[in-house]
Design a binder for this molecule. Structure first.
Ligand code: NOJ
Length: 525
């Protein structure tokens, strides 16, 4: 791999959940105008790209992950001209745009599905996965939907079942149909022509299902979905040639990027999708799901890196729109010290960092107290065992004005009640805030190529308190030392005299780290 700055490898990607970022027309739902108005903030933060959760028209059963038109913008977010403006304004600021493509399934309101279910003779009937019931009326096989219940929905008019891995309002398309394949590949071309720089592919390793639709074998698990080995409904080999074709399209444009969200895949399997003629990157979830222990994070990071081939580069995240925020999982109350350590780790370990909106100010999940408050349908379905994903999707906290400066109208989800103390404006004015700490780390990372694409060398194996590693690029290196504990700890620096990139102090030999202290050292020449 070339070592000059490459935005998607060396830069930082920021995920925006558009409904919740900033609302420019005061209808309570975030929009493209809102995002445009915050581009200066993002540029100042120092990020290189934004990944937008879906902005296509959607009936919002799954809040955008059920698309009813791939080549348009949902009016609640704005119009195509707003998106074109977003691309222009982002480019001016050196910010790349990554769109979320949800191509495993459509909305049941997509004209393709409406046509498909209109008749078995419809030219688009085969665009989805339809099968006859078993002679006793049962679904065609034992497959389950991950959002609960059987993955087959019966359509009484056609007398057939259709397949859906998620909600029944999200029918899976039939990627084996050449017309579907061609139509989907055109979606890539459409947005590339508009000037987007990359895509995040939602659950791409679900596109193909076993052609014979064989039953999955049983295994022990709690939910019906977990009581099966997903060998026939997930990760079929037909994905590899398709990725090659997608990559060829991407490579027709300069410095584009595709990152795939893998579903139910371990590090080794996830890595098989990444490389020169495949995806540029894929998400691997173990790092983000760790509990607070330095050895856990170290091992996940090493595992992910080791699994990837020479022509691949790791990426890391601690939060996204499907999981509780890192500050909710790791911090106690409003104490941000662990959030600082987590941010430093995310920005300094080997791999492209993804920051979920609001994590730079340590946003906490909103508490979900009553079933009747839940908007995310899986939260309703699995209440109270799982309360859904509303918690991590609350409006961005910009300032201490009503609704945290997100909107003048009542927001679609409540703002966290800590917003008067925890917001961007407040943290901008406090030199010791998490936001200013994150900005400082980002600027250090930006100035040190070793932190971007250097090798990763752990300095302590199986650490209990201190995660310490070196990032090395040719003759250059940076030592990163993160105290995961709430106590002071000594750390023995490797031989040499060092200068701190955090506070300019000099150090040699044994240093003492305060609780949750972050240190970055360079060897003095
Ligand atoms: C993964 C997305 O991240 C999630 O939000 C969505 O519900 C499912 N895919 C279905 O599209």
């Amino acid at each position: 791999m070339k070592k000059e700055f490459l935005w998607w490898r060396d830069g930082i990607i920021y995920q925006i959940y558009p409904r919740s970022f900033a609302d420019s027309n005061n209808d309570g739902i975030g929009d493209l105008g809102g995002i445009i108005s915050k581009l200066d903030y993002l540029q100042e933060l120092g990020i290189d790209a934004i990944w937008l959760s879906p902005i296509n028209p959607s009936p919002d059963v799954d809040f955008g992950y059920d698309v009813s038109d791939y080549n348009d913008i949902d009016p609640k977010f704005g119009a195509m001209k707003d998106f074109e403006k977003l691309i222009r304004e982002a480019k001016k600021r050196g910010i790349h745009i990554i769109l979320d493509l949800v191509l495993n399934h459509t909305s049941d309101q997509h004209p393709w599905f409406l046509e498909s279910k209109s008749s078995i003779d419809s030219p688009k009937h085969d665009w989805y996965i339809w099968r006859d019931p078993k002679p006793n009326g049962d679904p065609p096989n034992n497959w389950q939907a991950v959002f609960g219940g059987p993955a087959w929905e019966f359509d009484p008019e056609l007398g057939k079942y259709y397949y859906h891995m998620f909600y029944k309002e999200q029918p899976d398309v039939n990627w084996r149909n050449p017309q579907v394949r061609a139509a989907m590949l055109d979606v890539f071309r459409f947005w590339l022509k508009k000037g987007v720089d990359g895509f995040r592919l939602d659950v791409f390793n679900l596109y193909f299902k076993d052609e014979a639709l064989r039953d999955n074998p049983p295994k022990v698990g709690i939910r019906a979905f977990d009581q099966q080995e997903h060998i026939y409904d997930v990760s079929q080999p037909e994905m590899y040639p398709l990725l090659k074709e997608i990559r060829e399209i991407m490579d027709g444009y300069k410095e584009t990027y595709v990152v795939g969200e893998t579903f139910l895949a371990d590090a080794e399997h996830t890595a098989t999708y990444v490389g020169n003629d495949k995806l540029h990157a894929a998400f691997y979830f173990e790092f983000a799901n760790n509990r607070w222990h330095p050895t856990r994070f170290l091992n996940s990071s090493l595992k992910w890196d080791a699994a990837l081939s020479e022509d691949a580069w790791p990426n890391n995240f601690l939060g996204n729109h499907d999981m509780a925020r890192p500050a909710t999982r790791y911090c106690f109350g409003e104490d941000d010290r662990r959030a600082r350590v987590a941010a430093a780790m995310l920005l300094m370990v080997k791999g492209t960092p993804y920051i979920y909106y609001g994590d730079e100010i340590g946003m906490r999940d909103i508490p979900i107290r009553k079933k009747s408050d839940v908007l995310d349908p899986i939260g309703k379905r699995f209440w109270p065992i799982f309360k859904g994903r509303d918690g991590c999707r609350s409006p961005m906290q910009w300032d201490d004005s009503p609704n945290a400066g997100f909107s003048l109208a009542d927001p679609w989800l409540p703002v966290h009640r800590n917003y008067q103390q925890r917001n961007v404006a407040q943290q901008q004015s406090d030199p010791d805030s998490l936001l200013n700490f994150v900005k400082k780390l980002i600027s250090i990372r930006r100035a040190e190529p070793a932190l971007q694409h250097g090798d990763f060398i752990p300095l302590v194996e199986e650490p209990r308190f201190i995660l310490a590693f070196k990032r090395v690029l040719e003759y250059d290196s940076v030592i990163v030392i993160l105290n995961f504990s709430n106590r002071n700890h000594d750390f023995q620096l490797p031989e040499g005299a060092y200068q701190s990139l955090m506070d300019g102090s000099s150090a040699t030999g044994t240093i003492n780290l305060k609780p949750y202290q972050v240190q970055l050292f360079k060897l003095m020449s």
